[in-house]
Design a protein around this ligand. Sequence first.
Ligand code: FAD
Length: 445
Amino acid sequence: MQRRHFLWTPPALALGAAVTSNSVMAAPSIVTGQTKILPRKGKGPRIVICGGGWGGMTAARYLRELIPDSDVVLLERNPTFWSGPMSNKWLVDIVNTDFVNRDMLHPANKYGYQLLQTEVTGFERDKKLVRTAHGLIEYDFLILSGGIRNDYEAWFGNDQRAIDYTRKHFPNAYIPNQEMLSLKSKVKNFKGGTLVMTLPPPPHRCPPSPYERACLIAWHIKKNKIPGKILILDPKPKIAPIGVGYKQAFEELYPDIITHVPNAGVKEVDPFNKQIKTAAGDFKFDDAILMPPHQAADMVWQADLIGKDAATGKPTGWADMHNRLFHAKTDDRVYFVGDLMGAISPQFGHYPKSGHVANYIGKIVAQNIAERVAGKEVIARLPDNLCYMMVNGEPQEEISVKFEYEVDANGQVNQTQIDMDVRTSDLVKEDFGWINSKFSDFLGT
Ligand SMILES: Cc1cc2nc3c(=O)[nH]c(=O)nc-3n(C[C@H](O)[C@H](O)[C@H](O)COP(=O)(O)OP(=O)(O)OC[C@H]3O[C@@H](n4cnc5c(N)ncnc54)[C@H](O)[C@@H]3O)c2cc1C
């Protein structure tokens, strides 16, 4: 346990006085970027959470429970919640849309936080203000939980035409937005030929999930006798995590459908002519799911809180944060939750960018803020991680991976990885038990 001492002092002035509207959910009738919206509720601290996904919704719930007089505001651009976990199964109709697409007002009402559907556009950290499409919102503490962005610029520079074309024609649906539906319709309408999947280099969102997606689309191809093949272009030298389990699934279940190409880091993409140059050779495709490198969501860049590589001075692409307490190194009023977080340890780099970890850190950050508000010592806590991956649709069979963490004598966080490579139907039951307990935790279902 590592302890540090922080205090929260209530604002001297009720800043809500400057707000121009008494309405909580609706914007004032005449809005400019400088309009302050959302009057403060009660005397407790105002905590604004940017991004209502796995991490942000968890933090919102636990902040309301741990700090009963807190004024918690959750800002989310989407009207409804889309889950990454289970979305591969949804692509091939193993679960239905209601399972992965959920109402957000229910948890907001149940746990008593304010939910505003808006776009976060920037920050004035010196004044503790969030800029949104609806106006300015004050905070005492800020949580950034906006997930990831697709770094198409790594492939296309500032060629916006190529970026837009790739998004439109070869969506990857790794961010909860309209791409989810586009990709599902692409899979349903796939008539055959070579479907290429590019995998991002690590660190990226949910490392085992692209292989799960390949397995489930291959299962769909096999079941429907579609004359199609899947080519996985993987920048890594081997499949990881759960490499043995995936390799067996590829070879035993989909030998004529899936080809895994290691060391195939992308060098150049020509989306118009459907060609890719990689370190392992050049490939043509009929259709594709193109995943560029991942980075922290735009909001971390807008807050000017991206880390810099110690050796090169270049942006790391991820939040610059205290590795045990999750606040920004340069601003302890700003916390990070979920996939946008920066590196944790020289041993393993980043915590796995998973819903499980985002949910865990959401709780830890809520506890840490509650400790500060109460004037108590802040306790540095560790998460764990667990991911279940379906590799066969009939019979339904899964493999899984577990990560455990501990702090060594030097204060370094170390990771132990346990792969469950043998595919079983028991793991499917565990998976549905896991997701239902998580949804119940932050969606209040
Ligand atoms: C195909 C797939 C399968 C996966 N499988 C698993 C699994 O089996 N197990 C597991 O644990 N994890 C899995 N994951 C990973 C999991 O989805 C993510 O790790 C998790 O969603 C991270 O939570 P988060 O809160 O950081 O981000 P998100 O859940 O993505 O939430 C971020 C939210 O912020 C919002 N946002 C971003 N920018 C703005 C802005 N400017 N203004 C307003 N709102 C904004 C977004 O709309 C989004 O709702 C999977 C992911 C995918 C894509």
